[in-house]
Design a protein around this ligand. Sequence first.
Ligand SMILES: [Fe+2]
Length: 210
Amino acid sequence: MLNRRDVLQKCIALGAVSIASQFSAEEMLAAFQESEKQPRKPTPPNTMGPFYKRLVPVNDVLRAPGDSGIPLNLSGQVFDTRGDIVPGAIIEIWQTNHKGYYDLEGYRYRGKVNVNKSGAYSFESVIPGHYPDKSRICQHIHYAVVSPGHKPLVTQLYFATDPVFDGDPAKNYSRDPLLQTPELIRPVILTGDPSEVHAKVRFELCLERL
Ligand SMILES: [Fe+2]
């Protein structure tokens, strides 16, 4: 994926943007980018829960060939509250399999990635199940994000398609007592074809500076 600066540089190369100024293209692009930045709200934290495991390996493909469940591509970008990309972040996720079970012996459905220079990340996984013992209400994926100079973020991602929300997460989010905001509930995009449906979810993360 091209970052914003690469896109602008390509625009210049192809003539879609021209610089008519005594200042350099670099300076003009930097100022243009700066003025386009949006301040962002920090991602709400959410409890870590009891199933975190240390020393998770670097791995962005958590789904093994033949795994049951709906294949899921999770992606997003990491920003700070000023709207700057955070290229040094490390993201860990952990979740259940499609039946709602965590791997407590090994590291199935647990992975860690370093975001790229655009602050972007991506995981291949499956949509997690509901806990069979009903000790948690909603399907969810746990996130822990760290980056030098930023407050660590521990949160969870929820799915707008979760039956718990009855199709209206904005109204029904508090059916899970751990959810104080619908902001952590993300829309689900279905791709593929009816014989093999894939789900895509984007979850942008925003860290507070220390
Ligand atoms: Fe959990």
